[in-house]
Write a protein that binds this ligand. Structure first.
Ligand code: NDP
Ligand code: 8X3
Length: 251
């Protein structure tokens, strides 16, 4: 039987690559995000019979409900939810950061993610499906300017583990994927469209690609049904850990 995956944030980066990976393997794919033109192009590319495009802002609970209510019949039985839509905004320390940006990250990465998860839980339980949440290494390793972004991703990780516990005995798999540096539009968004700054982050770093992450998500989703990857941290070889910072002197 053909399986169906819903991928949030499929207009770019990990989400678009994930939609391609699952569609290429014969899955039906529901692609979501705000940029309807990109979703339509993706559906055209992958085949409209296999891909349903649903444009909505994940921060808008009523829009999520409307999109789910208007799914065509053959896309209604969702076997996997990839909670990927998300963003970082800004790199400034807390005392210089923008409160509006903080709230946008929380509304998107936390409230949006839990809302769509809640709405899809009955279907996922009925179908013994899978929930794959995109967290980040920022959930575990703090860095200057990561403040609220890291906080949202720590929420995603802990929410995933909590879901695992709540879904005990239901046959639903839940995974927190925690990637490090991957070249997508992530830094372009974070810097407010600064292409040069984004290029500088990735230049010469041999970062992961969106396809690397898509392959990982596909692997997790297609493991034998008795296996659950709880958390999966993945980085490019070129990225590792730095030490603690020590301030000497007053303050
Ligand atoms: P991109 O910026 O390339 O893609 C982000 C996706 O999220 C887009 O499709 C965007 O769609 C969607 N999105 C953002 N805000 C909203 C919203 N309000 N409503 C609906 N969709 C939204 O970044 P990545 O592919 O890199 O990021 C995907 C996920 O991976 C994010 O959760 C990010 O935090 C996480 N991540 C990224 C890492 C990296 O290094 N790239 C590392 C670790 C985690 P649209 O703008 O059309 O709405
Ligand atoms: C994205 C990775 O290190 O920029 O989540 O926070 S990082």
């Amino acid at each position: 039987m053909t399986k169906t995956v819903l991928v949030t944030g499929a207009t770019a980066g990990f989400g678009a690559a994930t939609a391609r990976r699952f569609a290429g393997a014969g899955w039906n794919v529901i692609v979501t995000g705000r940029r309807a033109d990109r979703l339509e192009r993706l559906a055209e590319e992958l085949g409209p019979e296999r891909v349903h495009a649903a444009a909505f802002d994940i921060r808008d609970g009523a829009a999520i409900d409307a999109a789910l209510a208007s799914l065509p019949d053959r896309f209604r039985g969702i076997d996997a939810l990839v909670n990927n839509a998300g963003l970082a905004l800004g790199t400034k320390p807390a005392f210089e950061a923008d409160l509006g940006q903080w709230r946008t990250m929380i509304d998107t990465n936390v409230t949006g993610l839990v809302t769509i998860t809640y709405r899809l839980l009955p279907t996922l339980i009925e179908r013994r499906g899978a929930i794959i949440n995109i967290s980040s290494i920022a959930a575990t390793y703090p860095y200057t300017g990561g403040n609220v972004y890291g906080g949202t991703k720590a929420f995603v990780r802990q929410f995933s583990l909590g879901l695992r516990s709540d879904l005990h005995g239901k046959g639903v798999r839940v995974t927190s994927i925690e990637p490090g540096m991957a070249e997508t539009e992530f830094t372009l968004v974070r810097t407010g469209g600064d292409k040069a700054a984004s290029d500088t982050v990735y230049q010469g770093a041999n970062p992961m690609t969106a396809e690397d992450i898509a392959e990982t998500l596909f692997w997790v989703a297609t493991l034998p049904p008795h296996l659950n990857v709880n958390t999966l941290e993945i980085m490019p070889v070129s990225q590792s850990f730095a030490g603690f910072q020590v301030h000497r002197g007053a303050g």
